[in-house]
Design a protein around this ligand. Structure first.
Ligand SMILES: Cc1cc2nc3c(=O)[nH]c(=O)nc-3n(C[C@H](O)[C@H](O)[C@H](O)COP(=O)(O)OP(=O)(O)OC[C@H]3O[C@@H](n4cnc5c(N)ncnc54)[C@H](O)[C@@H]3O)c2cc1C
Length: 377
């Protein structure tokens, strides 16, 4: 029996757990994995998410463990055709922070445990739920043993294949895209230092971002999924499209992904809310999924504290639901624009398209507007 149960101890569930504990709300985070997910997925933390993370006191440590990316370049045929500062130097966080997701999760988990060392319950898989209108009961399997937990409010932060969303019967239609990507980390050998670079080339985009430890991530668009991720293939594609050479033998991470999106029809149902990927899966091309989840958590906080303290909460939950679904639609649209920008183009269209991008980026107001869209400001 506790105030709030959070299903899923990924970055979004861990963050919400700390936010609630700081408000004096008793929390258990139920996570089916025995340990942290070591897969490197998200790397970009945007300025509004850093401000949210600062509320639980982890922004400074994250900045110390990451690389602040202050600007990005669009490159075509070896020429820098546009430059985009990500935020005005006067802003609180004038950069996008690059940190591998496992490091972010380590820091979030440590903060949660500082606030309550029992808050995170691992090996706890949620398999059923019942909302009697007053309390919500979850069925949990822990190390092969069945038990039940009860709370005044439940949050599903259990990822794109959310069990809670299924148990609530909330639809989240899947949208598939013709975009596939091969990505890998290599020792830094580019001339871009701590800047991001987007190579707008005829065979498809190559994206590249600095990571801590003098490492750079390279992401290459493909028309179909690779048979299996291969460092030589990735280095070959980067060389062909960008004329930059990577040392395939020194590759430290290799992965491929295909893109889909899903938006849940509702984020609130009775005394339960969905946040993060459970509510909206967004294409990684745009780098907003995890950030969106943290901002969901921050937006949900007043409604949960109202529920827990027996104050009126229906309007707060309704406002949360519509505002955060609007934010997800906008992030999905941004990711779709980014993916369209990365598709192959014949030379006759590529040149005028890139020339138009160069002209538009030279207009300060337009440049700043696009930067705000990219960085969720
Ligand atoms: C290649 C790639 C690159 C990306 N890059 C970026 C980026 O740069 N920026 C960005 O913002 N986003 C990015 N993303 C998206 C980001 O990784 C996700 O949005 C983020 O992980 C979502 O966090 P979450 O906590 O909502 O869900 P998850 O990270 O999926 O965590 C959900 C947790 O719930 C647990 N769980 C599931 N079911 C149950 C159950 N029944 N009982 C108990 N526990 C359960 C899971 O084990 C998991 O730990 C990227 C994604 C990919 C694939």
């Amino acid at each position: 029996m506790t105030d709030v149960l959070i299903v899923g101890g990924g970055p979004v569930g861990l963050f919400l757990g700390s936010l609630l504990l700081q408000q004096g709300v008793a929390v258990r985070v139920l996570e089916k994995r025995p340990g942290r997910n070591a897969h490197t997925r998200a790397i970009g933390i945007h300025p509004p998410a850093l401000a949210a993370l600062d509320r639980i006191g982890v922004a400074r440590e994250l900045i110390g463990r990451g690389v602040p990316i202050r600007q990005g370049f669009a490159v075509s045929r070896g020429r820098r055709i546009a430059r985009m500062p990500f935020a005005p130097v006067s802003s609180r966080y004038p950069f996008v922070l690059a940190v591998p997701q496992p490091v972010t999760e380590e820091i979030l988990e440590r903060r949660l445990s500082e606030l309550d060392s029992d808050a995170l319950v691992r090996n706890a898989r949620v398999t059923g739920m019942h909302d009697d209108g007053g309390r919500v009961m979850l069925s949990v399997t822990t190390d092969g043993t069945f038990s039940s937990c009860t709370a005044g409010f439940v949050v599903g932060a259990d990822g794109a294949r959310s069990t809670l969303r299924t148990l609530l019967g909330i639809e989240a239609p899947e949208k598939l895209y013709p975009d596939h990507y091969l990505m890998g980390d290599f020792p830094e050998s580019s001339p871009f230092g701590s800047d991001a670079a987007l190579f707008l080339e005829g065979d498809g985009i190559v994206e590249s971002f600095p990571l801590p430890g003098s490492v750079r991530r390279w992401v290459v668009r493909l028309g179909k999924p690779p048979a299996r991720p291969d460092a030589e293939q990735l280095a070959g594609l980067v060389a062909r499209r960008t004329r930059l050479h990577l040392d395939a033998a020194a590759n430290t991470m290799l992965s491929s992904f295909s893109v889909r999106s899903r938006l849940a029809a509702r984020m609130v149902s009775g005394r339960t809310a969905l946040i993060g990927d459970a509510a909206h899966e967004i294409s990684p091309i745009g780098g907003q999924g995890m950030n969106l989840g943290w901002l969901d958590a921050e937006a949900l906080l007043p409604a949960i504290t109202a529920v827990v303290h027996g104050k009126p909460s229906i309007d707060l939950l309704r406002r949360f639901d519509s505002a955060r679904r609007r934010a997800a639609v906008s992030a999905r649209r941004q990711a779709e624009v980014n993916m369209a920008l990365g598709r192959p183009l014949p030379d006759g269209l590529l040149r005028p398209r890139n020339a138009a991008i160069a002209c538009a980026a030279a207009l300060p107001a337009f440049n700043a507007l696009v930067a705000r869209r990219f960085t969720m400001q």
